[in-house]
Write a protein of this length. Structure first.
Length: 395
């Protein structure tokens, strides 16, 4: 299972975070156990049963998108809803001719990949989107390119060649003020990924990818949302909205001395905030505990959970936090934009939920030494707050 602890172990834990993350590429041969993660059967079933409008599902060859009418046909329901129906024969023909297939946001529709994405999110503290890529020939689907976010690549089936060229602009961003120049010369690394291999690549690194090993290739790319200094400043400004200096109107028509005083007052407030050595820690806690995660319904329980030990639940806000309140015999659980205070006896339950794995009400009651009815009441509060969901009704 690719949970947070497993990802940490496979990527190198604190050493990866201190020496590699956001800095340089790293290859981890055979680091991922892909059994049950994602297969050709899974991909076939998703394509056959989901309405995957482009660009959710798309084909690309030589850096160009294949027109959707080359492999899909518009279909209209009796209620006048039109969608693109994939035509298997035409799809096969395009892929045989060199196109690569891309399926975006697999974590939303395939639970094993969703759990792996949540585990990586918990380890790295950032939202994760997973795309599937399938290729059959040596033609490049996307040409030489760079991404505006870090990626963790897991080779699932077959082999794929990755030629890495490094970055030509430090920390490029989406909607940047200038575009990175194409790299010159030979790649700094020429890698062939086999099933189970994991590749980490920072944003801005140019790369070219091709299935030139004579095998059909399927891999998953875990895309990591970047957090930049600009994001931090946006957060700081939000924190300062309670300060009078930032609430005042801009003195557009005032005298120059008055405008100078206005700017000086804002500068003092901003510099005071930036001088806090724990600012990044405060920012991280804020974005983690206000992120709504991957909320899902808990049907049929629309009015609290019954005290049934076999009901299974799990956390749906991967970056939730638990804090002990010394001297108060309470703990605070923060998740999905809400903070709850519970008795100290609830701590084992909350820490068990933080592991990201499903657990029955009976298991949670046993680990905390509480009655199932008390656990059901506690979990009901978190379900209502969209931080926890029922994942096994056992009706």
């Amino acid at each position: 299972m690719l949970d947070a602890a497993s990802w940490a172990g496979r990527l190198g834990g604190d050493t990866f975070l201190a020496q590699t993350y956001n800095r340089s590429y790293a290859l981890f041969p055979g680091a991922a156990d892909t059994a049950g993660l994602f297969s050709w059967d899974d991909l076939n079933l998703i394509i056959a049963t989901q309405r995957l409008e482009p660009p959710r599902l798309r084909l690309s060859v030589d850096g160009e998108m294949v027109p959707v009418n080359k492999y899909a046909a518009p279909t209209t329901t009796r209620r006048a809803v039109t969608w693109s129906r994939i035509l298997p024969a035409e799809l096969h023909a395009q892929l045989k001719d060199g196109a690569s297939l891309v399926l975006d946001s697999v974590e939303k529709i395939h639970p094993p990949v969703g759990m792996a994405a949540e585990g990586l999110e918990r380890f790295l503290g950032t939202p994760v989107q997973v795309n599937a890529y399938a290729s059959w020939t040596e033609r490049q689907g996307f040409g030489l390119h760079w991404d505006d976010h870090d990626v963790v690549v897991v080779q699932v089936h077959g082999s794929k060649r990755w030629q890495l060229y490094g970055s030509t602009r430090e920390a490029p961003t989406f909607r940047d003020v200038e575009s990175p120049e194409k790299p010159e010369g030979e790649p700094v690394a020429d890698l062939v990924l086999a099933p189970g291999d994991v590749l980490y690549l920072p944003r801005g690194w140019w790369h070219a990818v091709t299935a030139d090993q004579g095998t059909d290739s399927l891999h998953l790319t875990f895309g990591l949302v970047s957090h930049t200094g600009a994001d931090l400043l946006h957060w700081v400004v939000d924190q300062l909205r309670s300060v009078l200096a930032l609430r005042k109107d801009i003195p557009r028509f005032a005298s120059l001395p008055d405008q100078t005083d206005y700017l000086a007052a804002m500068r003092r407030e901003l510099l005071n905030e930036l001088a806090d050595p724990r600012l990044v820690e405060r920012w991280a806690e804020s974005i983690d505990t206000t992120d709504h995660g991957h909320a899902i319904p808990s049907l049929p329980y629309v009015d609290g959970l019954p005290a049934r030990p076999e009901i299974s639940v799990r956390l749906t806000a991967p970056r939730s936090r638990v804090a002990e309140n010394d001297g108060h015999n309470t703990v605070t659980f923060s998740a999905a934009g809400t903070a709850w205070d519970f008795a100290e006896s609830a701590a084992p339950i909350l820490r068990r939920l933080l592991l990201g794995r499903s657990a029955t009400l009976g298991d949670l009651a046993e680990c905390a030494g509480l009655e199932v009815k008390d656990v059901a009441a506690l979990i009901s509060v978190l379900v209502e707050g969209q931080a926890v969901a029922v994942v096994g009704t056992a009706l």
